[in-house]
Design a protein around this ligand. Structure first.
Ligand code: NAP
Length: 255
């Protein structure tokens, strides 16, 4: 029997997981993206783009297309879609597997200041002019317009358009993974004093954190949004096992 899997993506993990599932026979798959990235990387399985219209819309989509299982591999800061996934799986009565990369933890030599959100990071930069590296998505940058006294180095996947109204901002577009040596050079050349980062977990975005440790730079770490999650799996292999396990339970129940 061909089982059908709906994957909520927008992350490298979702692409890699979809690729591994595609290597196994017996699955019909659809990878769903929000459609934020202007030039998305090619995906190994069929794709759809755009919101579902909340949890009820997602549940209706699951039922209409007869998916057997929902797999949430969205980014840990994409809180709405993950909350919707939990509700939709319950409404549509399908199992949910959620992959959540464990958050990075401080190591000896790290100088992190934890901040609740982007606005708190802006305040933590202070009133004096600082050189700050913002490793954030373009939709998260607007609060920095309230602090035009700083020099900003901004790296995002898509161009920041329109640019911020601050007088001193330099923009780089790049997609990870990044190498520690390159990050060290970037931070040195721009005399960076603060990095503003999300705690994404995983390896692709970690090089800047390691570079900051080596250079003694403060990281303003934006905490993950609180989400009352049920069980999660920490990596792709665990997600594969959980998906196979959930599908075998359906088989046993004759569903
Ligand atoms: P969000 O705030 O949780 O989601 C906002 C709305 O966008 C959702 O309610 C949903 O609309 C739609 N949406 C989000 N992900 C979707 C998906 N995979 N498929 C279909 N619709 C989706 O999400 P966000 O923080 O804006 O992130 C958007 C996307 O970018 C996510 O796929 C996420 O994995 C990826 N991403 C986010 C970050 C980050 O830092 N936030 C970083 C890297 C990648 P409806 O309610 O209409 O269904």
């Amino acid at each position: 029997m061909t089982r059908s899997i709906l994957i909520l993506g927008g992350t490298a993990d979702a692409r890699l997981l979809a690729g591994k599932l595609a290597d196994e026979s017996g699955y019909r798959m659809l990878l769903s993206m929000a459609g934020r990235t202007r030039d998305p990387v090619p995906q190994p399985v069929p794709m759809r783009t755009g919101g579902f219209g909340g949890a009820s819309g997602l549940a209706a989509f699951i039922t209409e297309h007869a998916f057997d299982i929902l797999v949430d591999v969205t980014h840990p800061y994409a809180a709405s879609i993950s909350a919707n996934a939990m509700r939709a799986a319950a409404i549509a009565n399908v199992p949910l597997v959620t992959l959540e990369r464990p958050a990075w933890k401080t190591q000896a030599g790290d100088d992190w200041q934890s901040v609740a959100d982007v606005e708190s990071a802006v305040k933590a930069l202070g009133t004096e002019c600082k050189n700050a590296f913002l490793a954030l998505g373009r939709q998260e940058l607007l609060p920095f317009e309230a602090a035009p006294q700083h020099n900003y180095l901004i790296r995002s996947v898509d161009p920041v358009e329109p640019p911020l109204t601050v007088p001193s901002a330099h923009y780089i577009t790049a997609r990870g993974p990044f190498a520690v040596e390159d990050e060290i050079n970037l931070l040195r050349e721009n005399r960076i004093e603060f990095i503003v980062s999300k705690n994404s977990g995983g390896t692709a975005a970690y090089a800047k954190i390691e570079a900051a440790r080596q250079l003694g730079i403060t990281v303003l770490m934006i905490e993950r949004p609180p989400l009352a999650r049920t069980a999660t799996v920490p990596d792709i292999d665990a997600a594969l096992s959980a998906i196979r396990h959930q599908l075998s339970l359906l088989e046993e129940r004759g569903e």
